[in-house]
Ligand binder design. Structure first.
Ligand code: AMP
Length: 323
């Protein structure tokens, strides 16, 4: 496994095999766990060379203490990646990603540059899309969007920059960050990046807690109660599926029962908030494609429940398919 700590090193390594290999790319912020490794393994299965980046991207953090406290351990990450079979790990410096310095501005005008192709022919290696260039198509209107202003602009800025540098054929993202995945698919398509985005299922601990680098920040007490999040998401899924089943029967048998999305959000919030130490920031039931809220179960073909829960000061996100 080659370790590249600068752009020059990355280019040297990639130039050697770009013409012969199918490149898979897994962008991460490090503090790797088996969820990340499942993406790497998926890439190894699909491609002939897997590049993993480790970069704690400052522009996607909304507050300085969250950025400062984000767990980091690159040496442990290297060991996990080597064992998993990654070909290259790219650990860029800030200057490699932001050659002109970091733009922390939170104001994001939505000027569209849809259709512009910078996928394989970025003007030069210092090219970086400006945040104002991205049109997120309203996919950031709910969920994490309003709670973390500017976050997704930081995400797409760093991901497109990494795509321009690595030029992968495939890129692998986790469903754990459901909204991020939808936004990256949208931006890749609208900017014509020649990269296929592969969605990978959420890996969970045995007790159901979604694996996350932030889990390391939980106290042992918090770690014990955190699985209640997924437990309640499963219960919400059960109720939604039962309701949806009853609704389709309703047309035939006139027997109505179950809950509306709004009622289900209320119930799930009450249940999670009743666990001492957990606090719901939001629970939303969204159209999986547009990420707009659904009012009725037949508002969308596919529906996802997305949630952010505090085990203060740690903030955990999770999601589950309802339909
Ligand atoms: P992060 O390092 O948190 O930015 O995550 C890097 C990538 O790993 C993203 O595509 C995440 O969605 C994915 N990821 C994080 N946690 C998990 C998990 N538990 N299961 C699957 N993928 C994950």
């Amino acid at each position: 496994m080659k370790i590249c700590r600068s752009l020059v090193e990355l280019e040297e390594v990639l130039n050697n095999f770009r013409s012969t290999e199918k490149i898979g790319f897994v962008p991460t912020m490090g503090a790797l766990h088996m969820g990340h490794i499942s993406l790497v393994k998926n890439s190894i299965k699909h491609t002939t060379a897997t590049v993993v980046s480790i970069f704690v991207n400052p522009t996607q953090f909304n507050n300085a203490s969250d950025l400062e406290n984000y767990p980091r351990d690159v040496e442990a990450d290297f060991k996990l990646l080597e064992a998993a079979g990654a070909s290259v790990v790219f650990v860029p410096r800030v200057i490699d990603i932001y050659p002109e310095g970091i733009d922390f501005s939170g104001v994001m005008p939505k000027t569209s540059i849809q259709g512009l192709n910078n996928g394989n022919n970025a003007p030069d290696k210092n090219y970086l899309h400006k945040k104002e260039e991205f049109d997120l198509g309203g996919l950031d209107n709910y969920g994490e969007g309003p709670r973390r202003p500017g976050h997704f602009y930081g995400v797409v800025q760093v991901v497109t920059r990494l795509f321009d540098l690595v030029k992968p054929d495939f890129a692998f993202f986790g469903e754990k960050d459901f909204q991020q995945l939808a936004i990256i698919k949208h931006i890749t398509k609208s900017l014509n990046y020649p990269v296929e985005i592969i969605a990978c299922p959420t890996l969970r601990e045995d007790d159901g807690l979604a694996m996350s680098s932030r889990n390391q920040l939980l106290t042992s007490e918090q770690r014990k109660i955190a699985p209640n999040i997924y437990k309640n998401l499963l219960e919400a899924q059960r109720i939604a599926q039962q309701t949806i089943g009853n609704l389709s029967e309703y047309q035939e048998n006139s027997s109505e029962s179950g809950m509306t999305p709004k009622q289900l959000i209320e119930l799930t919030s009450i249940q999670i908030n009743s666990v001492s130490g957990l606090e719901v920031e939001y629970i939303e039931i969204l159209n999986s494609e547009t990420l707009q809220p659904v009012v009725k179960w037949d508002d969308a073909e596919q529906i996802q429940l997305c949630a952010a829960i505090y085990a203060r000061p740690v903030r955990l996100i999770d999601n589950i398919k309802l339909k």
